[in-house]
Ligand binder design. Structure first.
Ligand SMILES: [Zn+2]
Length: 95
């Protein structure tokens, strides 16, 4: 349950998938009573995270882990993004 910022009523928000310009997928949660925007819920699992830069732009971490795990090892060492590091670590631990 979420409290709507607009109508202030507790309700189970309606959700819809949206894809941002950088290729990440999010769930947009809106008030089921008045339709006001509540928040974005990131729902991409580590495997389905899309790379939005570099030579594997547009591919998921899972695809890159299968095709070119060395690239992910390299990226892990290169990136300063903690969030991305955690996802790479997770995906690499599964293959
Ligand atoms: Zn509302």
């Amino acid at each position: 349950m979420e409290k709507c910022p607009k109508c202030k009523r507790e309700n189970e928000p309606t959700t819809k998938e949206v894809i941002f310009k950088n290729g990440t997928k999010h769930i947009e949660a809106r008030c089921s009573l008045c339709g006001a925007y509540i928040k974005y819920l990131s729902h991409t699992t580590p495997e389905k995270t899309l790379l939005y830069f570099g030579k594997y732009k547009g591919k998921t971490l899972e695809e890159v882990a299968t095709e070119d795990p060395d690239y992910l090892h390299w990226l892990y060492g290169e990136t300063a993004k903690k969030n991305l590091k955690e996802k790479i670590d997770y995906v690499l631990s599964k293959i």
